[in-house]
Ligand binder design. Sequence first.
Ligand code: ADE
Length: 259
Amino acid sequence: MTLRFDILTTFPEMFGQEAPAALGLSIPARARTAGVVEWHAHNIRDWAHNKHDRTDDRPFGGGPGMVMSCQPIWDAVHAVEALDSRPATRILLTPQGAPLNQRTAEDLARAPRLLLIAGHYEGVDERVIEALSPREISIGDYVLSGGELAALVLMDAVIRLLPGALGDDDSALQDSFGPLPTTDPNGEPVDPGLLARLLDEFGIAPDTRLLDCPHFTRPRVWEGREVPEVLLSGDHGAVLRWRLEQALARTKARRPDLL
Ligand code: ADE
């Protein structure tokens, strides 16, 4: 099944489908070619039925900046939703939203259709947010100039999770924040008994999300620095143990909040 994204923005050019556009390269581009994702960017200005096609106005109560008006966003959402029969999950990208994390990305990757609203200027008139009741998502505790880059980040995080998006070379990767490994370095299923024993020994719950372990490639020695011996041993059990140990140590040191 194809996941359909619709993006409502005043900068649709940012969502180009061909390289060098952000999603026109690498995994998102391959996923699109493979038919697992499609995306369509729509200019909110096309629904701004006023004298200068304005999508924003001055804030009531005064203050700097402009506020995105209700009517163009409301009309754009309904017109775009009607373009396809699949129900759309509405998402507003805003620094005031719930922080995006891997579990949210996994959840969104199961939807048939996501409609992303990229706000700009000082914000969006609260009444249209209330009326549309979108999920509100932030990509971090900092302020971007608009929701477009946040939408691109969310799309990339979701697209790479779609079945069929990753090629053979990528699928062996164990991502940070991903579920614990179920396959060994050769793609063989991990012995569940061994994994359970290691988790027990390290005191890790099976649903813990760890940072990724370090990775190495050729040459074996670079500028006097050697690759850890265990990775050359061919002993899959030992490699799994080492990777889990490393992932846990990194998580403890860098992101104890994940444990
Ligand atoms: N728009 C501006 N800043 C943002 C952020 N941090 N996350 C999502 N949307 C945004």
